[in-house]
Design a protein. Structure first.
Ligand code: SF4
Length: 311
């Protein structure tokens, strides 16, 4: 976790929460649970946070279901980072896991809001935060609470009572901040059409609210027809596609990528192909083990766009 990441579509990761449970077929080879076990095996400073979050099984490490909320120092990380960067929030968990209280998500929103300069312009950091979930219904519930002044105040007061108030200021505090943050892209992961449809059903009402909304189709396990109201997001949408990586990676069906790319192109939605995946890299004999080197792809697949920059 921290100032460097191998995830090509972002620049840093920030993990206020660690630990998770599998929730859908896209989780089967969850990289985070393997990574958590690897960090513990390596020992050292970073290991403590992940001890007890995974256990060994015949098929390798699996989540125990325990969730750990990070220390204050971790929560403050983005405020310490002076150079503006893309920050993927919770690469080692799901912020909207049922065992993560909404007050923790409110604390994450609080840090992101401070980085937007809402509390104190001198604390503005030019970061761009990205939050993905597979628990879209809970994300929707949190956002509805955040948009409700009374509920939001309750969460913020709770933080204040816990001594997490820091530079709390009622007049400029989070209770008065906008519902939609300009420095935050929210969204969901969807491995196939069924999961896309279910998760978009939870979040589609946000399309007209001003949020930039991303979907990560990784691991891509089937083709996806993007619905008109998602495509209508245009440059406020973002689609990332990736084949699975790792020793047990499932093959990304060959016919998936181009149709998604074409749908995005036609609608002006930014598209980002992250990687073809370990299995396809082996089939094609690519040098990059995850098929993540665009120079090795057919030319029409070499598309790596970010929100606001679709052709
Ligand atoms: S939701 Fe994400 S972090 Fe949690 S098990 Fe699934 S892939 Fe892993």
């Amino acid at each position: 976790m921290g100032d460097k990441t191998g995830i090509q579509w972002t620049e840093a990761t920030w993990n206020p929460v660690a630990g998770c449970t599998v929730v859908s077929p896209g989780c089967t080879n969850c990289y985070a649970m393997k990574d958590a076990a690897r960090i513990v095996r390596m020992g050292g400073k970073g290991a403590k946070k992940y001890v007890g979050l995974t256990r060994d099984s015949k098929g390798g490490p699996v989540w125990t279901g325990d969730i750990r909320i990070a220390d204050d120092d971790t929560f403050a990380m983005p405020l310490r980072w002076r150079r503006p960067r893309g920050i993927f929030v919770n690469s080692m968990s799901d912020l909207f896991h049922t065992d993560v209280p909404f007050v923790v998500a409110a604390r994450v929103w609080w840090v992101i809001g401070q980085c937007a300069g809402f509390l104190d312009p001198s604390r503005t950091r030019g970061h761009r935060f990205q939050i993905l979930t597979k628990r879209s219904a809970r994300m929707a519930e949190f956002l509805a609470g955040w948009a409700n002044t009374e509920i939001r105040r309750g969460w913020i007061e709770n933080l204040y009572e816990q001594g997490r108030g820091e530079v709390f200021d009622w007049m400029n505090g989070p209770a008065y901040w906008p519902d939609v943050f300009p420095n935050l892209t929210i969204g969901f992961s969807a491995e196939n059409q069924e999961r896309f449809d279910a998760r978009w059903a939870d979040l589609r009402h946000l399309a007209g609210t001003g949020w930039t909304i991303m979907v990560s189709v990784e691991p891509c396990l089937g083709s996806i027809r993007l619905p008109p109201d998602f495509l209508a997001l245009g440059h406020r949408g973002w689609v990332i596609v990736g084949g699975e990586s790792g020793p047990k990676a499932r093959l990304m069906p060959e016919h998936c990528v181009l149709p998604i790319l074409h749908q995005c192109r036609d609608a002006g939605v930014p598209f980002y192909l992250k990687q073809l995946g370990t299995a396809m890299a082996a089939v094609l004999g690519l040098r990059h083990p995850k098929g993540g080197e665009p120079a090795e792809w057919p030319e029409d697949l070499r598309v790596r766009e970010f929100p606001g920059m679709a052709r």
